[in-house]
Design a protein around this ligand. Structure first.
Ligand code: SF4
Length: 355
């Protein structure tokens, strides 16, 4: 069962958790850098395939495959689910469809871009020797990391007009100050950062993938999963989504490492609050069944080509009002992804490894 401490508490002080012990001066980070996430808001790579036949349904265009061909197709077309996309479907099936099937581009908002920038600074900070991870050092990383983002993606300059640039960077500094108010990175030695976790459930029919912001592992093997939250959205609207994401990571880590994480930690930089959750195996088993059922619901909606809008408070942050009937819009025609799979094997890979 998940134990949720009162918001506003900082469990660090009285709840011994992995790697809060001081590192010796100059301790290095044994990290394995992975590809950064592609979702600027969630810090999690959106991953969700739209496989034909992967759920046991007839294959492409209803054609039955031989067992050998089916096995091959299953291995190539295995459903892949990320916490972001799973949470999309739970939030609003139409939102899931627009993001994962239609793949409508979404320009990042300034808030999302600020989150990406701050994540990049924290990532870089932990590249440094422990003693160097100070507030002035972090502050000095903001502009170089911002320039690095623009170099990678020049269009991001349009998200923050030149006149707003100074305020934007100042707000990034404020989030970093919030981080230092809660944690002293000189005392931490993360085992992993921006860490890709992946496993298969449902007898190999569903692959789970996602990026963990930070993984701390104590000398006794206790695992702490850490996720930084930088957004300014109302907490109550996003808390459930954040917890869903953490349970997702906990399940994958449990399945791959054989250890249920001791702590799932949300670090809210803007509000300078830490929320810790303690999962147990029973809770994660239940969550696994939830994900399998969720995937079945996605497959059913996909086969019926019916992804209904589900208006909620989160609509205020949705970029797709113009395509949403709840706001007087019209969704695009449902893409015939299965035809694409038939026509082009390369498309199979593309379709099956969306994002
Ligand atoms: S506006 Fe709301 S109901 Fe419409 S797609 Fe977005 S989240 Fe769903």
């Amino acid at each position: 069962m998940m134990v949720e401490p009162a918001l506003g508490s900082n469990p660090t002080a009285n709840n011994p958790t992995p790697n809060d012990t001081p590192t010796s001066g100059g301790a290095s980070n044994p990290t394995a850098d992975e590809q950064p996430p592609t979702d600027p808001a969630q810090s999690t790579a959106p991953e969700l395939g739209v496989p034909a036949g992967a759920d046991g349904a007839p294959g492409v265009n209803g054609a039955r495959l031989s067992p050998a061909d089916q096995a091959l197709a299953d291995s190539r077309l295995r459903a892949s689910l990320s916490p972001s996309r799973a949470a999309d479907f739970k939030t609003c099936p139409l939102l899931y469809r627009l993001r994962s099937i239609d793949r409508i581009p979404e320009a990042p908002t300034p808030d999302q871009l600020r989150g990406t920038l701050v994540h990049a600074v924290l990532e870089k900070l932990f590249d440094l020797e422990a003693a160097e991870r100070t507030p002035p050092t972090a502050a000095g990383l903001v502009v170089p990391q911002w320039e690095g983002l623009l170099e990678q993606e020049p269009d991001l300059a349009n998200v923050v007009p030149p006149g707003d640039r100074a305020g934007f960077l100042t707000s990034a500094h404020a989030l970093l100050a919030g981080y230092f108010a809660m944690e002293d990175p000189r005392r931490l030695a993360p085992a992993e950062r921006e860490y890709l976790v992946s496993t298969e459930i449902d007898e190999g029919r569903l692959q789970l993938r996602g990026y963990v912001d930070r993984l701390d592992i104590a000398p006794d093997g206790a695992i702490r999963v850490v996720d930084y939250k930088t957004g300014g959205a109302p907490r109550e609207a996003f808390e459930a989504r954040a917890l869903f994401q953490l349970k997702f990571y906990a399940l994958v880590l449990w399945r791959t490492r054989g250890t249920v994480p001791a702590v799932l930690r949300l670090v809210y930089l803007k509000d300078t609050e830490i929320c810790d959750f303690t999962p147990d195996a029973e809770d994660l088993e239940r969550f696994e069944r939830t994900l399998i059922a969720l995937w079945a619901a996605i497959a059913k909606a996909r086969d019926a080509r019916e992804f209904r809008p589900q208006p909620s408070r989160l609509c205020a942050w949705c970029a797709h009002h113009a395509l949403c009937p709840a706001f007087g819009g019209t969704p695009p025609p449902f893409p015939d992804v299965f035809d694409a799979v038939v026509e082009d094997d390369a498309a199979v890979v593309t379709v099956a490894s969306i994002d």
